[in-house]
Design a binder for this molecule. Structure first.
Ligand code: CP
Length: 303
């Protein structure tokens, strides 16, 4: 994986994804390894983030790398009219690796085409979030002991929620069955459903969350992405459509785990947090190990 970009989860083969999860497991056992002490990582966040940026920076720090960048593009020369191309060309001179989040779909791919160093997509609009996908795969394997033959329920904003697009594509390698739960306005995009069909796998669509609870191995909740709605009234109509609370879990499978990329708004009631099914905070913690593995492999410090 040395010098590869990660823009879409499909940029890594199934074998590469599984290898990365194994390396992440090594970091979970031994996170402080100063193997990137001679490297500089640039984190360019044109859109807000807590987990992705801070877990990348924590991961880089634990590996001894130095970090440059911005968490708010209003502090950069973008405000003076500098193009994305020029910004990326400049940062390529200052860092060995660029981690970028941007509100525009396709911006990460474009950045990778002009950059002189590898680029990792930390989320581009409603399109892809491949590093979240890798930590989701890690979390599913950790909690279920496997990735194959699982019933995966994706719930909430399946239209704008970029994490569910990447994760559905990745799980198509593992013979999973997909259960898409959303209001009709926020259904999974056709191109993602087509990927499921192309892999000769099954998907089912629902509007009621309670329909999937008895048989799901993973319930992957998502926030309704208010910032991506053109019309605030449309957001108001759907914002409370899929809410999970503790009482609804009475008939779930014993092994079932609830994931969420976070941040949450109201879609998981706080009374779920102390049940044995809640895994979303550990999931976010796993992001540090997965991002350590990713940066080490791309920068050639691990094979
Ligand atoms: N999961 C995720 O992308 O969270 P942040 O927006 O806080 O980075």
């Amino acid at each position: 994986m040395k010098n590869k970009n990660l823009i879409s989860i499909t940029d890594f083969s199934k074998e590469e994804q599984l290898h990365l999860l194994d390396v992440a497991e090594e970091f979970a056992q031994n996170p402080r390894q100063r193997i990137l002490a001679d490297k500089i990582v640039a984190t360019l966040f044109f859109e807000p983030s807590t987990r992705t940026r801070l877990s990348f920076e924590s991961a880089a720090n634990q590996l001894g790398a130095r970090i440059i960048g911005f968490s708010d593009a209003s502090n950069s020369s973008v405000t003076k009219g500098e193009t994305l191309k020029d910004t990326i060309l400049m940062v390529s001179n200052y860092a060995d690796l660029i981690v970028m989040r941007h509100p525009r779909e396709g911006s990460a791919r474009y950045a990778s085409e002009v950059a002189k160093v590898p680029v990792i997509n930390a989320g581009d609009g409603a399109n892809q979030h491949p590093t979240q996908c890798l930590l989701d795969l890690y979390s599913i394997r950790k909690t279920q002991g496997r990735l194959d033959n699982l019933n995966i329920a994706f719930v909430g904003d399946l239209k704008y929620g970029r994490t569910v697009h990447s994760l559905t594509q990745a799980l198509c390698n593992f013979n999973c069955t997909f259960h898409f739960v959303s209001p009709v306005e926020l259904k999974m995009p056709s191109y993602v459903k087509q990927t499921v069909k192309d892999n000769k796998l099954e998907y089912h669509q629902y509007t009621e969350l309670s329909d999937v609870i008895p048989f799901a191995d993973i319930i992957y909740m998502t926030r309704v992405q208010r910032e991506r709605f053109a019309d605030p009234m449309e957001y108001e109509k759907v914002k409370n459509s899929c809410i999970l609370n503790k009482a609804m879990l009475a008939n779930c499978k014993e092994n079932m785990k609830i994931l969420h990329p976070l941040p949450r708004v109201n879609e998981i009631a706080t009374d779920v947090d102390n049940t044995p099914y809640a895994y979303y905070f550990q999931q976010a913690h796993n992001g540090v190990f997965v991002r350590q593995a990713l940066m080490s492999l791309i920068l050639g410090a691990k094979e």
